[in-house]
Design a protein around this ligand. Structure first.
Ligand SMILES: Cc1ncc(COP(=O)(O)O)c(C=O)c1O
Length: 364
């Protein structure tokens, strides 16, 4: 086979361990997964009710245009329907953008540590990659500007950033966008947008008129609690969306996913509730970290990046044995830390108890 050469340097995505696997391995009755930033409150009850009563023409190809969902999102964001692109998760939109723009001749800029799919896709397309380390826990947007060259085609911005949870203040983001040449696409990945409580965040979709070279990514996987349906969307100028649509597979979102996402959009109260509950639980982690004198990144998301005593893999294994699956920072580019998805009150109480045992074991 004549594989792209770069594939020999890459590994397939390795999903975290499932709760069933961990239960068996450690003989536990109960295991809580706080590793993939899913919504611990599930999805809106209106969506669950809709699903139990629904029948659909499953033998018919999906509506590749996502007509109903498109109309609802256009209204919600006050944009033209032609400004929206759907993906099989925002993961797929990252692939579509990369496939449409990147090749061996171009250069792309991204933060590190950040969401790994930007670098993963750029590598496959053969683009030159510049990764800009976070500075003081944040995107160093001045360094982003400094890294631009005449081949730069895409700048990836993860806001708030995964795995740190940090948010870029609105004025910093706007002043950055003013300095980016308009032939460079700026991707604003806002997978955790619905969880942000800091009032100083950008109303990014409203910025598209002023900065037509940006595209905003959102997802139904996080606050909407619909990760298994694989549906995300992008909002950008219709010129950009038209080009990306040429790369998109015709039926990339299935009928059920589109219907469910459309239903979920009717329940703003559920999203508000999740934002509030998550923010209250996030405070508990903050208080815990400050009481125990361990470093935790300031988070505007539904996860926290917390310092651990000793090696992060060892700490993750310890928490696993106590029934809590978290992500080791060793796999995220943040050694010495674990990323914990903020769960329900009860789940967090258990996690923090296990974390206290970990600290005691390490004499902290
Ligand atoms: C920053 C960020 N972007 C995009 C995604 C992909 O989300 P999905 O493909 O489920 O929409 C994730 C998932 O964890 C993420 O953390």
């Amino acid at each position: 086979m004549q594989w792209k050469k770069v594939l020999s340097t890459m590994k397939p995505y390795k999903p975290g361990r499932s709760t069933e696997e961990v239960k068996k391995a450690y003989r536990l009755d109960k295991v809580v997964k706080l590793a993939s930033n899913e919504n611990p409150y599930g999805c809106a009850s209106t969506v669950a009710e809709f699903l139990s009563g629904t029948t659909m023409p499953f033998e018919i190809y999906p509506d590749g245009h996502g007509t109903t969902l498109r109309a609802k999102l256009a209204e919600k964001h006050d944009v033209d329907e032609s400004s929206i692109l759907f993906g099989n998760g925002s993961d797929e939109i990252i692939s579509i953008i990369s496939r449409a723009i990147l090749d061996e001749k171009v250069h792309t800029i991204m933060p590190t540590p950040s969401f790994p799919q930007y670098a993963h896709n750029a590598k496959i397309e053969g683009a030159e990659i510049t990764e800009i380390p976070l500075k003081d826990e944040h995107h160093d947007l001045n360094d982003f500007i400094g890294a631009i060259n005449d081949r730069t085609a895409i700048i990836w911005v993860c806001n708030p950033n995964n795995p740190t949870g940090s948010l870029i203040p609105n004025d910093e983001l706007e002043s950055f966008l003013e300095r980016v040449p308009e032939n460079i696409l700026v991707v604003l990945d806002e997978a955790y947008y619905e969880y942000v409580t800091d009032p100083d965040h950008a109303d990014s979709i409203a910025l598209i008129d002023r900065f037509p070279n940006i595209i905003v990514l959102r997802t139904f996987s996080k606050a909407y609690g619909l990760a298994s349906f694989r549906i995300g969307y992008a909002v950008g100028s219709s010129v950009i969306i038209t080009e990306l649509n040429k790369v998109r597979n015709p039926f990339n979102n299935n009928t059920l996913a589109v219907a469910v996402a459309s239903k979920a959009l009717e329940d703003d109260a559920f999203i508000d509730m999740c934002r509030k509950l998550n923010a209250a639980q996030r405070e508990r982690y903050k208080t815990f970290a400050s009481e125990k004198r361990i470093h935790m990144f300031d988070s505007e998301t539904n996860f926290v990046l917390m310092e651990v005593p000793g090696d992060a893999d060892g700490a993750s294994e310890f928490l696993l044995k106590h029934g809590y699956i978290v992500r080791s920072g060793n796999a995220l580019g943040t050694p010495g830390y674990v990323r914990i998805t903020i769960g329900t009150e009860e789940q967090n109480t258990g996690l923090l108890q296990a974390f206290t045992l970990l600290l005691q074991e390490k004499g902290r």
